[in-house]
Design a protein around this ligand. Structure first.
Ligand code: HEM
Length: 307
């Protein structure tokens, strides 16, 4: 603010001296020297006004993710929480699902119940963890929410693995292997984010935590991607048993694509050239728009109709 006022005063001075010296017929060389002196005084005072497009598009992308994940949370709270908390497990199967409730399979049903209850907790917790103002203002909240987030991540990944391979909840091997890769990444990144925090290596911790957020969001990202793709192509490459080319791509891309985008962002923001920063800003902007479209589609087709 102070620098801006100084800049405006200097500009005013510049024009006053220029017009007075012209009227007084001051020789051109003297006038130019005076002007150059004023130029020099303006230059350092001029505020650095380069727009931080990378920062802005990262915020936009975060807000798009938050909007989409809040819709996912609303669906889980309204569709799964009431029957799960009241023991009416059979209601899980009111929408298309691979297994959900299986009469007589007490262990499998309990695993599923815990899984959907924690799904809302981890999704909300991840959004809270990424807000810098919360991290800075309430560090204790960040630490406790972080511990809860990591415990949920481990429980969802290990419980999900058991449901996939132990309970046999899968449509095809490619999908099962893809979600297994996600579980492995979740467990690995949880360990690395936790280790870095324990050793107070906070820059390192932030990088692993962002990678963890990317892969822990894979299940949500898969649903949103299906909808964005269906809106754009009418469902090209999606097979009846989820075994088409797009299904195979997304089986692995659900975790690897967000992870790649997070990695590009981390590198560009840390030591990217101006061109790399701008390209990454564009990537995040487009990703945010795709996420908004896919989330709206997921709400209209996958979640909204069942609540
Ligand atoms: C970490 C974040 C995760 C979240 C937020 C999440 C969320 C959910 C939700 C909401 C459901 C209910 C099904 C639906 O309505 O679509 C579900 C089911 C399921 N999830 Fe996860 N999940 C996560 C991770 C995983 C992982 C890593 C695996 C596998 C390794 C997994 C395996 C499963 C299985 C097998 C089902 C049962 C599907 C069925 O019976 O039809 N989940 N999950």
């Amino acid at each position: 603010m102070l620098a801006f006022k100084h800049f405006r005063l200097s500009v005013l001075l510049y024009y006053i001296i220029d017009s007075l010296s012209r009227k007084a017929h001051v020789p051109a060389t003297i006038r130019e020297t005076a002007m150059a002196t004023i130029d020099a005084s303006i230059a350092p005072a001029r505020p650095a006004r380069r727009t931080d497009w990378l920062g802005r598009s990262a915020i936009f992308c975060y807000l798009a993710i938050a909007a989409g994940q809040l819709l996912f949370i609303a669906f889980i709270l309204l569709y799964y929480y009431p029957p799960t908390l009241t023991g009416h497990f059979a209601a899980w199967n009111d929408k298309p699902i691979i297994k959900g409730f299986v009469a007589g399979d007490t262990a499998g049903n309990i695993f599923f119940a815990v899984h959907v209850l924690l799904a809302a907790v981890i999704t909300f917790g991840g959004l809270v963890q990424l807000v810098p103002a919360i991290r800075n203002r309430w560090p204790a909240l960040h630490r406790w929410n972080g511990r809860l987030y990591m415990l949920c991540a481990l429980a969802l990944a290990l419980g999900g693995l058991w449901m996939t391979w132990g309970r046999g909840t899968w449509l095809n091997y490619i999908g099962a292997i893809g979600i297994t890769l996600d579980a492995v990444l979740i467990v690995g990144f949880t360990a690395l984010a936790w280790k870095a925090a324990r050793h107070r290596q906070f820059a390192e911790h932030r990088r692993w935590a962002i990678r963890l957020f990317a892969v822990a969001s894979a299940v949500w990202f898969m649903r949103v991607s299906y909808m964005a793709w269906a809106l754009a192509t009418g469902g090209a490459g999606i097979g009846k048993a989820m075994d088409g080319p797009f299904d195979i791509f997304l089986a692995f891309a659900n975790s690897l694509l967000p992870l790649a985008i997070a990695e590009i962002y981390l590198r560009a923001s840390a030591h990217g050239t101006p061109l790399a920063r701008q390209a990454t800003a564009a990537l995040l902007g487009v990703s945010g728009l795709v996420i908004l479209a896919g989330s709206a589609g997921a709400w209209m087709m996958m979640w909204g109709p069942y609540i």
